[in-house]
Each structure stands twice: as C-alpha cells, then as structure tokens.
Design a protein around this ligand. Structure first.
Ligand SMILES: N[C@@H](CCC[C@H](N)C(=O)O)C(=O)O
Length: 269
C-alpha cells in the first residue's frame, strides 16, 4: 500500500507521497490521478527528506509527464514538511528547476498554511503568435523553470481548451509543450485562466501566476515596486519581485490522508 496525503493550493490538487520519484512510472501516476478510477488529482508530489529543513520534491503531471517545477505544489510540499517532519518556518525545497526557499507565515489554522516562496528569476523570451480557429493570439513566453506563454486576452473556456490542446500537440513554437495563461485586468487584479501542460485547464497554477506578473511588469502594465494580485478560478496569489527574484504567496491545504494499493495499472501489464 502507498500512504498518501491529499493537498491542494487554490484547488490545484496533489497526491503527496514520501517516496523516491523512481518508484513512479507514468502509468502509475495516470492511474492514481484518475478522477474516476483512482484517488484523483492534477498531479503527484514525490517528497524525500534531505536534512533538517531541507527536502526534495519531484512533480508528476496527471498525464505522467515530469515537469521541472510546480508553484502550488511547492507550497503544499512546505506545508507537508512543516507538519509531518516538524520542519521550521524556513524550508528549502529542491526541485528539478533548482532550489526554492519557502517561508511559512505564522498564524496558520490546522492543515492550512500560508507560504511565501522564492520562485527564482523569470526569463522572458521573444513575443510570438499562434492561431486558434482563425483567431490570432499574441503571447509572451516566460520561463519560470517550466515553460509558459502569457496572452493578454480572456477568450472563454472553449477557446482556452482548444488553444492548450493545439499548443501541446507538437506545435513548432512550443517544443517542450507549454502552460498557457489567458489574462485580463479587472480593477487592480489580473484575472487568469490557465491551461496546464500535462493536465488541461486547472483551478490555479503558481508558476503560471508568476509568469503573468513577470509579463505584466515586462510590458510596463504595472509598477514593479508593488505586488501583483493574480485571480485564478480557485483564488488569489500575490506575486512580488525583490532582487531579481519572483516571490509567490498563497495557501496550501491538507484535505485527507489515505492508502492506495500498490497495484500494477492496466497500462503496465
Ligand atoms: N500547477 C503547477 C504547474 C505544474 C507543472 C505544469 N503542468 C508543467 O507541465 O509545466 C503550478 O502551480 O505551478
């Protein structure tokens, strides 16, 4: 049996296991993440304790692929390590995209943490465009350790799904696939709809929110001295920048624990 905990960050949900990532095949990830036949989640976080306040997080997307980073996942990993391993309020999470220092903000309710994470620098690429159903979308590529394309339009779920499918079907602009963020300003907030590589439309994406803020600052649409609030379907993330580093603040919540039979999936057979 596999002991797991179910966590989410603004509805972007994960099965958290204390295991080396090598224990997971793509087929096993797909089986446990299946929302009808498994536990159900957007992905798996395989965590390993490395030291006193130090751990490694490997992320798997729902489709079994292994992305470099996950912003909502890293907050969940910090919350898990704080509660299960009694780690302090300053936790270093190693990821495939490099180390991500996390600060647990004091005053949390049981099973609910506010976490501030140094998400590294954002790397902005040359703007491009692609067509969906005859409509052209201009995008700003942003690398947050994983690839994003930020689009300053808010076209509705059907187009978001079509664009995400197309961009992730060996599109020449997106050799490694891409996470798409569609954005519009509403008052002081940036409303964002995300299509995630390896998952589809999700309720929230932490690296996506960082990419949105980085693109907005790069286009001079907001002051770089003030935090940007990114409003996702699952809730809000606050993104700031200090010394060339993007900081993301938001919640991580534990939902339940369970045991999953360590079965071979049909795909393994
Ligand atoms: N939900 C995540 C991003 C997870 C990885 C992404 N799907 C990818 O393939 O790059 C987040 O909160 O950042």
């Amino acid at each position: 049996m596999i002991d797991f905990a179910k966590f989410h960050g603004l509805g972007n949900d994960f099965i958290v296991v204390e295991q080396n990532a090598e224990a997971w095949t793509a087929a096993k990830v797909r089986a446990i993440c299946d929302r009808h036949l498994g536990v159900g989640a957007d992905g798996v976080l395989a965590l390993e304790r490395l030291g006193e306040d130090h751990l490694r997080m490997v992320v798997f997307n729902q489709d079994g692929s292994r992305p470099q980073m996950c912003g909502n996942g890293v907050r969940c990993a910090a919350g898990y390590a704080h509660s299960r391993w009694n780690m302090s309020d300053a936790i270093l999470v190693e990821s495939d995209a490099g180390p991500r220092p996390c600060e647990i903000i004091p005053g949390n309710a049981p099973g609910l943490w506010q976490v501030n994470v140094a998400m590294g620098p954002a790397r902005i690429g040359a703007a491009g465009s692609f067509k969906v159903q005859g409509r052209t979308f201009d995008y700003v590529p942003v690398d947050m350790g994983n690839p994003h394309a930020v689009i300053l339009e808010f076209p509705g779920d059907e187009i978001v799904d079509r664009a995400g499918t197309l961009a992730n079907a060996a599109h020449p602009d997106f050799a490694q696939g891409v996470n798409l963020e569609f954005v519009e300003a509403r008052g002081d907030e940036w409303h964002t709809s995300v299509y995630e590589r390896g998952v589809g439309r999700t309720r929230a994406c932490g690296t996506g929110a960082c990419a949105v803020a980085a693109a907005i600052w790069n286009l001079d649409l907001a002051s770089p001295d003030a935090p940007v609030v990114v409003a996702l379907p699952g809730g809000r993330l606050t993104i700031a920048q200090r010394n060339g580093q993007i900081w993301m603040q938001g919640p991580a919540q534990e939902v339940f624990t369970g045991m999953y039979p360590n079965i071979r999936s049909n795909e393994d057979a």
